[in-house]
Design a protein. Structure first.
Length: 195
């Protein structure tokens, strides 16, 4: 089995004194499938502390993701008016592909294909297929229904992620967090309920 390496060694090089490394979800999954525990470490001279500040927290990026997801629904609803939903999904995918290629080129984040393990290839392939299926269904739903209802129902993915994370990844949720999941489910139900 290929050895597991974190995607961001600089991040792992600088964590709180004696505290577990603040790994990304990607690193935790890689470590899980490789059977490796989460590494720990201390700040080394010259490393950049990525663990402090609002702009380096997962909350900031998750909120930003939510904002862009909302804009995605609004822009798509307007743009899909006279376009086949599947063809619109193709155009969107091309835009995403080109944009990501430019970002990777500009930031020098390209990675050798040989450095990726077969297991990572498998799960990235499955993720890509799931993303494609999700986008096709999402654009079809936007074509048929109002964005203000389609987007909230789409966010049931939050509930599904929580359930799958607990069942397959061994993640733990307390009563408060399960209550939040329940409220999300109830909220989606109320939004989608027809008068």
């Amino acid at each position: 089995m290929p050895s597991w390496k974190p995607s961001n060694p600089t991040r792992l090089a600088c964590v709180g004194a004696g505290l577990p490394a603040n790994l990304t979800g990607e690193d935790r999954l890689k470590g899980l499938f490789a059977g490796k525990p989460a590494p720990t470490g201390r700040c080394r001279k010259g490393s950049v502390n990525m663990g402090t500040g609002f702009f380096s927290s997962w909350t900031f990026w998750a909120l930003l993701s939510a904002i862009f997801a909302a804009l995605t629904a609004i822009f798509a609803k307007v743009g899909i008016e006279n376009v086949n939903s599947d063809f619109a999904t193709l155009l969107r995918t091309v835009v995403v592909l080109v944009s990501l290629a430019l970002i990777l080129y500009a930031t020098g984040q390209y990675q050798s294909l040989g450095s990726i393990s077969p297991k990572s290839y498998l799960f990235l392939l499955l993720s890509g297929l799931a993303t494609g299926a999700s986008w096709l269904c999402y654009f079809r739903a936007l074509k048929l229904g109002p964005a203000s209802l389609v987007a909230p129902v789409d966010k049931l993915s939050v509930v599904f992620v929580a359930i799958i994370g607990v069942c397959l990844l061994g993640e733990k949720l307390d009563l408060r967090q399960w209550s939040g999941i329940g409220l999300i489910t109830a909220g989606v139900g109320l939004l989608a309920l027809r008068r």
